[in-house]
Design a protein around this ligand. Sequence first.
Ligand code: SF4
Ligand code: SF4
Length: 449
Amino acid sequence: MIIKGKKFPGGIHPFYGKEFTQGGATETLPLPDKVIIPLSQHIGAPCKPLVAIGALVKKGELIGETTGTIAAPIHASLSGKVTQVAPSPHPSGNQILSITIESDKQDEWIGDFEEHPDYLNLDPDTTKKIITKAGIVGLGGAAFPTHVKLNPPKDKKIHTLILNGVECEPYLTSDHRLMVEQPQEVIEGLKILTRILGIKKAYIGIEDNKPDALRIMEEAVGREGDRLVETKVVELETKYPQGGEKQLIQAILGLEVPNGGLPMDLGLVVQNVGTAAAVYEAVRFGRPLIDRIITVTGRGVMQPKNLRVRIGTRVEDIINYCGGFAGEPGKVIMGGPMMGPAQFTLDTPVVKGTGGILIFPKEEVSIEESRACIRCAACIEACPVGLLPNMLSVTAEVLNFTEARKYHPLACIECGCCSYVCPSRRPIVHQIRHIKMDLASTKKKVVMV
Ligand code: SF4
Ligand code: SF4
């Protein structure tokens, strides 16, 4: 039985635009001529390149090794020749050390991977090693290395897993299509994750704008019977940012993750549905993470689609496959419109955390001047974390970072609700990022008042 979720405070109801792609079956992008694979695709330390210019690599070969514990290794997503190891465009807008591989058109795997037909009988440590080796990170966008979340400190007793199938960013439908087309992969991933964590309870949270995914996942859970831990599918209100970890926990369990705390402080682990499916692929078939589903969408592209693409595929190759731009492009965003960064070049590649590419035509992009704060409090009402975005904005504007720190900038999840509702078009999220950067650079402690 599908259960109804609770509400979280704040949030907004933007134009969702999911109709462009929510009914479109996932296609697979043909082999690209080249891929550009950044060595930093996760939260944590960047990887170290293991190949040099001229090296011949196979699909699935390890090409970037980790240099810290919070990191995930990186693998070649096609076979061919390494033609460049140099800083290249990254979705974040920075130049990041990347490995360019030109395809040999053979698309050959590195070899036979170690399959595990009995994957549910593996011991948790072996399973965790496989997940670590496969380079799996959170595919919902945060790209936090999955193996780290599966190794909580001993004093954190985990009792519940939450699978995040919310996909609250407008326009994106890749998780939606995954649940509709591959529900069993998600369920098998859930089984593996709950076995690793040694827990007996799980939830799958899905917004009510995906009735087919809710029904299909509920049927998939029902078919499993005793083979699955107690699992409930939860129908959640369609409201942005419902998919934020803390908002999801509040909506499903009515619990608040304390300021500065983590879900594990409440005995919870949250994983994206795409991550669960990737875990299954890695553990069952031994395959590293070298591709993912993305949504290519918006009025600025001829044929919006859900596409399985290789990590490292350039935006230009993807847009060309989708029939090219529809009219003059105004903005290309990696991810959704609320949190995704705008791109300055079509050479930017898809990384593990990329959920989509959104193209707005020129006529949909308006550049409005930012004006003075009129103290309307709309941003305060919209903030799902309970911050005072207006105060963060006005203090950052005059570069008074000492004052800004009093307003808990580190609690901001950068959801963009405040900027979205601000009638004065103030760039509040950018200003908060500025405060955070200043904090990181000075390493001073936030004054808690
Ligand atoms: S202050 Fe941060 S958390 Fe609050 S609405 Fe703005 S971006 Fe979201
Ligand atoms: S929404 Fe904009 S104008 Fe209104 S209080 Fe917040 S920052 Fe000021």
